[in-house]
Each structure stands twice: as structure tokens, then as C-alpha cells.
Design a binder for this molecule. Structure first.
Ligand SMILES: [Zn+2]
Length: 235
């Protein structure tokens, strides 16, 4: 059953109405396909399976992409890469060689094999896997010093989510509300001395200081820290 059929819903009278996917679905699908395509390259055998203009075979871009040619401009261009290969060797007419060079590509970047094969560049062996694709196209953020303390096998996901909120400064404090333009008179609910912000709540408040000291006594570690980096070095 295709994805379109899966999205079908049965209405009265046994008529099946197909719910079209929203336009954003197609945009996302196109973006994902582009991400995958840009990390794939043909290894050239006889070249008969490879589109000379539209496929990536002389590097990680096709001639179409490198020369910014539209589908309309390439209408009728149906040459295969096999047109420059004979008896397993490359015979490239000077005009075509010049075109390839003009595109910033190089025949030297061709990968050769016995048969035409599309390979996945992020993997050494060229084999595609969804895990490898996810890793290649996901957005990689900056690695923070606390990631192992939060995301690990022994911290419950619910606790990890709360810890992530605290470490990344996303807790709903008075200061956070003020930054969003909300006018309020802020006061720490614990000591009633200072304004409420995350730094105060976790490290500077007298009440919190006493709590850390109590915990340090219970779990036998040295207290007296004033930030998360310092605290982690004591645990
Ligand atoms: Zn306080």
C-alpha cells in the first residue's frame, strides 16, 4: 500500500476520498531528497545507466547543477555517460572536456568500477543506510560541556528534559518573562532578597546554598560551588 493510499479515508456510500498531503510535505520531501542526492555519486562502469547531464558522476554535482541549467534548457538532452566511454576507457572530445571543466568538474574525479553503481558518500563502503542518512543531514548543534551529565543511560528522560531546560536557560523564571516584555516586580520566592533569575535560583540564593551544603553532607562531596561546571567537577 502506498503512502497516498494509507492517507485515504472512507466516507459514506463506500466512496474513498483521498486526502492530499499538505504542500509543506512535498517541500520537506524535496529538501530531504536533495540532501540525499547531494551526498551520492555514481561510480561509472559502462555509463549506460547514468544521465550525462543530470546525474552526479564527475564529482558531487551534476553538470546541470554546476552550470545552473534548468530542466527546460535540458529538454531533449538525453545523452548517457556511456557516450564518452569506449572499451572501458574514457574518450572525451575536447569540446565536452572543456564543458566539464567550465562546470568546475573534472574527469579525474570520476570513480570507476565494472558496473554503474550509485554510492552513498558518507560511508566508506558507499552503502546507504537510514541511520547514516539521518546522521549526515541532521542539524548538529554546538556540543556543550554538560551533554553527558544530561543525556545518558542512567538518567530518566523526564529528569533529563528538566535538566536540559535548566542547563540551556529555558526555565520559566521572572527574568525569562521580563525578557519577553512582561512587566513584573520580581522577587526570589525563597529568600525574598533578590530578583528571580536562573543563576540566582541555582547557585546564588542563600536558601539554595544551604540546600547544596546539606546534599553535599548526605552524599559526601565538597560543596561551595557557584556554577554548573564547578558543581559537576565535584560529583
Ligand atoms: Zn533567593
Amino acid at each position: 500500500m502506498s503512502w497516498l493510499e494509507k492517507s485515504a479515508s472512507r466516507s459514506g456510500g463506500g466512496v474513498i476520498k483521498l486526502k492530499p498531503d499538505p504542500p509543506s510535505f512535498y517541500a520537506e520531501k524535496r529538501r530531504a531528497l536533495n540532501d540525499i542526492d547531494s551526498r551520492s555519486q555514481w561510480v561509472v562502469g559502462l555509463g549506460s545507466r547514468i544521465d550525462f547531464w543530470r546525474d552526479r558522476w564527475a564529482g558531487t554535482r551534476s553538470i546541470q547543477e554546476a552550470l545552473h541549467l534548468t530542466d527546460r534548457e535540458l529538454r531533449g538532452c538525453s545523452s548517457r555517460a556511456s557516450s564518452i566511454i569506449g572499451n572501458g576507457h574514457i574518450y572525451c572530445p575536447p569540446a565536452i572536456l572543456e564543458l566539464i571543466q567550465k562546470a568546475g568538474l573534472s574527469i579525474n574525479d570520476m570513480k570507476r568500477a565494472k558496473v554503474d553503481t550509485l554510492i552513498w558518500l558518507p560511508e566508506l563502503k558507499g552503502d546507504f543506510s537510514t541511520a547514516s542518512a539521518f546522521n549526515a543531514i541532521r542539524n548538529k548543534g554546538v556540543r556543550v560541556h554538560w551533554h553527558r551529565a544530561v543525556w545518558n543511560r542512567f538518567t530518566h528522560p523526564k529528569l533529563a528534559a528538566n535538566a536540559w531546560k535548566l542547563y540551556s536557560g529555558r526555565a520559566a523564571t521572572d527574568l525569562a518573562a521580563k525578557k519577553k516584555g512582561i512587566q513584573l516586580a520580581s522577587k526570589c520566592k525563597l529568600c525574598r532578597q533578590q530578583e528571580e533569575d536562573l543563576n540566582h535560583l541555582l547557585w546564588q540564593c542563600d536558601f539554595v546554598d544551604k540546600t547544596w551544603n546539606w546534599l553535599a553532607g548526605k552524599f559526601k562531596f565538597r560543596a561551595g560551588f557557584r556554577n554548573s561546571r564547578d558543581a559537576m567537577s565535584r560529583s
